[in-house]
Design a protein around this ligand. Structure first.
Ligand SMILES: Cc1cc2nc3c(=O)[nH]c(=O)nc-3n(C[C@H](O)[C@H](O)[C@H](O)COP(=O)(O)OP(=O)(O)OC[C@H]3O[C@@H](n4cnc5c(N)ncnc54)[C@H](O)[C@@H]3O)c2cc1C
Length: 244
């Protein structure tokens, strides 16, 4: 018996927004806690509660006394395509991850579509390039090809599931533009290291050139960081975005 391989394209959702949402209930610590952790070495625990914070944090940052910045926690829900999650999870130190499983649940038909504002064309040679906006024709080609492949891939995924193939096997056909979600929990020090590599800034002592999609995630995280740890964030900026 031959298999009918023709599969109707599936209905899928295109998503252009990539987000990191702070889980506010799990934020632990503050600028004050960082100061307390630092002062235990100089004045002892009993007196560590009091004292000036801005100058101390700036001193720690400038002189790269990093460990006091590990005594706090931020946890984010990241919703991003699989290729962004792959880049993200290269950050090993001071990070904990838990991600949606493609073995235990059916993956949803949500796929990344670059927004019209996303530059499409790489100009220049390796290590010395920039990105420019594409033509209308190039944007149309991206939209068309992404759409065709996403619909076909998801149809085949569902067809295999319908035939009793295990999720962990069938998922292989889904592309890296498929959305995933994961919790990423870090401390201010590991977050600053991440931000120094995954954001672009003219003020950075060591400029980095991350892919735009992971930078969207980093931007959300930096906003949350600036609100909950304002003095630490300010000192990070004042010291060239160098992680202590
Ligand atoms: C713009 C950009 C382009 C990239 N391109 C590529 C690419 O083409 N291919 C590719 O494979 N990766 C690429 N990466 C990923 C990169 O190589 C790092 O894996 C990623 O940025 C995480 O950095 P990290 O190792 O410093 O972070 P973490 O894993 O969080 O480590 C933090 C720090 O801990 C220390 N550390 C951690 N592990 C060790 C260890 N085993 N030994 C000694 N010290 C350690 C180091 O000081 C390190 O900086 C790219 C990253 C960026 C930002």
């Amino acid at each position: 018996m031959s298999l009918n391989t023709s599969v109707a394209p599936a209905a899928v959702t295109f998503r252009s927004t990539i987000t990191a949402t702070l889980d506010t209930e799990t934020v632990a610590g503050s600028d004050a806690k960082i100061c307390k952790a630092a002062r235990v070495s100089t004045v002892g625990a009993a007196a560590a509660e009091t004292g000036e914070a801005r100058g101390l944090i700036n001193y720690l940052m400038k002189n790269r006394h990093g460990s006091p910045f590990e005594h706090a926690q931020l946890s984010f829900l990241v919703e991003a395509p699989i290729f962004v999650a792959r880049e993200f999870m290269r950050h090993r130190v001071g990070w904990s991850y838990n991600e949606t499983s493609g073995r235990y649940r059916e993956l949803e038909p949500v796929f990344y579509m670059p927004p019209a504002s996303r530059p499409l064309v790489q100009v220049g040679k390796a290590g010395e390039y920039s990105f420019e906006h594409g033509t209308h024709e190039q944007y149309d080609a991206v939209e068309h090809s992404f759409g065709v492949i996403y619909r076909a891939a998801y149809s085949h995924y569902q067809q295999m599931l319908g035939r009793g193939v295990a999720r962990e096997v069938a998922r292989s056909v889904l592309p890296v533009g498929t959305f995933t979600s994961f919790y990423a929990t870090c401390n201010p020090r590991s977050l600053m290291h991440f931000l120094s590599l995954r954001t672009t800034s003219a003020w950075a002592t060591f400029p980095s050139f991350p892919q735009e999609e992971i930078e969207r995630v980093a931007d959300d995280m930096e906003k949350a960081f600036s609100l909950h740890f304002p003095l630490t964030w300010e000192a990070y900026l004042d010291n060239g975005r160098v992680c202590p």
